[in-house]
Design a protein around this ligand. Structure first.
Ligand code: SAM
Length: 365
């Protein structure tokens, strides 16, 4: 089986590492490819069949898609591939020609293997790049082609609000992909524990990528700008045994983090501190790991305050950090100056796609 896996741009290697570890645990032959056909934020997993033994001792087939939906911390979607194609030149094509190509391609696919005519279906589109067609055009065209093909076998049903089967049709540059979305309409990064919705919260998948980059080894771990607690909660959910400290300046966000942690069932694993990260050494003597999504001054606060805030924070961090810090921000210049001024060294830098921006991520020592 071939699965197209989606995640944030810039963390494909970390997602591949997670998938490798999950698949090795299953003992199934597999191959994972980052950015198939050059498409960012995507991975392709080819895997053999997996089995488990049920409570009555019977051998049952294990759905790898379900297994990944339930166990991955870095993926957004798990899509069973039906077909993919490179449509050279589609970006410049007249809408009618481009849509005709897509329709002809989808009409030839054996979609009846994936949906019964009694099951209502919907097509969810995704489009990225410069095209003369919209994602709505894609969903209509693909929906029509699937519908007409299914009509050979009965009377198909479409239900855009509550489909039993979701087809996903993606056009990224000139790469077209169609498959069955096994994740459903809510992406995996939208965690069920999020009852307090911070205006600038981090995607849980990216929080896990930052945790991977920090390589925490059981020593004290802190998020000094914890907001609604995404990073510390995700760490606690991974079964981390060390201290996990959540620092936040504003009471309402800290309460929100506590509410989220309660729902996640990890409140008793975390320490919640109301305080200012530019006075960090007043709250902790030392921490091994500090991982944060720093304030950017875009959604909350003023942008002009950012350089001073970063300088103040990094000078305090220098007093308490023992091992590694991982920070994500849009404010490249302000963070690089604060890092350099306080004697830290950048061990790793990468760009990660978040909220429509490519955001700078630093591992510092
Ligand atoms: N990662 C968080 C989440 O997923 O909810 C969001 C973090 S948000 C980008 C930055 C947070 O830093 C905000 O909640 C803001 O209130 C907090 N903050 C701003 N200045 C602070 C300071 N001096 N000390 C501690 N927290 C501060």
């Amino acid at each position: 089986m071939r699965l197209l896996l989606t995640t944030s741009q810039g963390i494909e290697d970390l997602a591949a590492r997670e998938i490798t570890s999950l698949m090795e645990g299953l003992g199934v032959p597999f191959r994972v490819e980052e950015k198939p056909l050059g498409v960012e934020g995507r991975l392709l997993l080819e895997a053999g069949e997996a089995y488990y033994t049920d409570e009555k001792g019977r051998k049952r087939e294990l759905s790898i898609a379900t297994y990944l939906n339930e166990n991955s911390r870095l993926l957004h979607r798990v899509i069973q591939e039906i077909a993919r194609e490179r449509f050279e030149g589609i970006e410049e094509e007249e809408p009618e020609t481009a849509l005709r190509r897509i329709e002809d391609f989808v009409s030839g696919l054996p979609v009846e293997r994936y949906v019964k005519t009694s099951e209502p279906f919907a097509v969810r589109p995704f489009r990225k790049g410069e095209h003369r067609i919209t994602s709505l055009d894609i969903s209509r065209t693909v929906g029509k082609a699937i519908f007409e093909r299914l009509e050979r076998f009965g009377t198909p049903k479409v239900n855009l609000d509550h489909p039993a089967v979701i087809f996903r049709a993606e056009l990224v540059g000139d790469v077209f992909f169609v498959g069955i979305d096994t994740t459903g309409d809510s992406s995996l990064h939208k965690r069920p524990w999020r009852v307090y919705d911070h205006p600038a919260h981090l995607k849980a998948s990216i929080a896990n990528a930052l945790i991977e980059l920090a390589e925490p080894d059981g020593g004290p771990f802190m998020d000094p700008f914890c907001g609604s607690g995404t990073i510390p909660i995700e760490l606690a959910l991974r079964g981390y045994q060390g201290r996990i400290i959540c620092l936040e300046k504003y009471r309402r966000h800290l309460r929100g983090a506590e509410m989220n942690a309660l729902v996640a069932g990890v409140h008793d694993r975390m320490e919640f501190v109301l305080g200012d990260a530019t006075r960090l050494s007043e709250y902790v003597e030392s921490v091994d790991f500090a991982v944060s999504n720093l304030p950017y001054g875009l959604k909350i606060g003023r942008k002009s305050m950012i350089p001073g805030l970063y300088r103040g924070f990094f000078s305090e961090l220098a007093k308490v950090l023992e091992k590694r810090g991982v920070f994500i921000t849009t404010e490249k210049r302000a963070i690089e100056e604060a890092i350099a001024e306080n004697g830290f060294e950048i061990a790793h830098h990468r760009l990660i796609g978040h909220g429509g921006l490519m955001v700078h991520t630093y591992v510092v020592k």
